[in-house]
Ligand binder design. Structure first.
Ligand code: FAD
Length: 321
């Protein structure tokens, strides 16, 4: 059945997040030959429209207003509901990001619709689309079909392949004028911790440190390895609690959920709450001086040794490639 599917493109720090392209890939499966419409909400976001089209959107609708410069659930809800009202889609896809996790349930509630969150794969069985999502902190997967109504889903970053970029694709980028009514919360300023390099939740390679790094400076060799591999640095809650690094790096049940191609765990014991955030990584390498450490149970490759010897050796070897 051909469907009209909306995809919310997410602009952050002046670029479209990769998960927006992955969501378009997912939406084109759900559209089954119908139309995929990119939606951009913010201030001065129309310049990103063509990129959504090059990644597979058929056309793009923008809602621009200075009140939408910073994300607020209130403002984006007003903008997106206006697009939904105009287009009457059969499907809506978001990235399963902080923004998507905040906005999608709110929109689903307003539309009286169900929502399949944190989708990692889409399959087909018996003529139905099957949405696969992890449950019980990644220990099992459930399969869902939408029996009736809107197909509304959030897509976990780094799991669904985006379509190949086609620079020759063209399509209409139109703007929808929406009167953004008074916002209940106004963001005056955003003060971010200076962070270098790749966004943790979208990184293809993550080098993560635990309490075994022993100090803030203990993260230096991990930063070096991540830089050589073009990856990001993450951490266990143990390392965050010990004040070796910022909580924004925490991976796990109460931190970020990541699925990079390569996860290198350094001095992390492998507590169940940590595994909940990284055990679906494609290849896991664990470096720990305790051969009995739980992390080795989920690791594809294990190195028993002192991380302060092993990590610099790996960095030197990768530099040669
Ligand atoms: P430890 O368990 O102390 O392990 C340190 C490891 O480093 C050890 O295995 C040791 O052998 C190794 N090591 C030491 N020195 C070296 C060296 N020189 N070289 C190599 N290896 C070395 N944790 C998370 O990570 N994320 C979460 O989101 C999270 N959420 C939680 C939610 C709840 C409700 C609770 C109760 C806990 C949560 N935790 C979470 C905490 C979790 O239970 C663990 O306490 C934490 O993950 C331990 O961190 P760690 O592995 O760095 O430290």
């Amino acid at each position: 059945m051909a469907r009209k599917v909306l995809v919310l493109g997410e602009v952050r720090d002046g670029t479209l997040r990769n998960v927006s392209f992955e969501a378009i890939g997912a939406a084109s499966l759900a559209a089954e030959g119908g139309e995929v419409i990119g939606v951009l909400i913010g201030e001065n976001v129309s310049s990103f429209g063509n990129e959504l089209i090059q990644y597979g959107a058929d056309r793009v609708i923008t809602v621009e207003d200075e009140k939408l410069k910073q994300y607020t659930s209130d403002g984006f809800t007003q903008g997106l509901l206006a697009v939904i009202d105009q287009e009457k889609p059969e499907g809506i896809f978001f990235g399963h990001t902080a923004l998507g996790k905040d906005l999608a349930p709110r929109i689903a509630g307003k539309l009286n619709s169900g929502l399949i969150s944190d989708v990692t794969a889409i399959d087909e069985a018996g003529g139905n689309l099957v949405f696969i999502r992890p449950i019980y902190s990644g220990k099992a997967f459930e399969k869902k079909i939408v029996a009736d109504g809107l197909i509304f889903a959030t897509i976990r970053p780094n799991n669904i392949e985006p379509l190949s970029k086609d620079d020759s694709r063209t399509g209409e980028v139109s703007s929808l004028s929406v009167e953004i009514k008074d916002l209940r919360a106004i963001i005056k300023d955003v003060v971010r911790k200076a962070s270098e390099g790749v966004d943790l939740s979208e990184a293809k390679v993550i080098v993560a440190g635990g309490r075994g790094v022993k100090s803030e400076e203990g993260f230096d060799p991990l930063n070096e390895l991540a830089k050589v591999l073009g990856g990001a640095v993450g951490a266990s809650r143990g390392a965050c609690d010990a004040d070796y690094c910022d909580y924004s790096l925490q991976i796990g049940q109460t931190g970020k959920v990541v699925t990079p191609d390569l996860y290198i765990a350094c001095g992390i014991s492998g507590a169940i709450q940590h595994l909940a955030g990284m055990s679906n990584s494609k290849v896991i390498v664990a470096i720990n001086k305790d051969p009995e450490a739980n992390i080795f149970k989920v690791a594809d490759y294990g190195i028993v040794g002192d991380l302060f010897e092993v990590v610099p050796m790996l960095t030197e070897e990768f530099k040669k490639l």
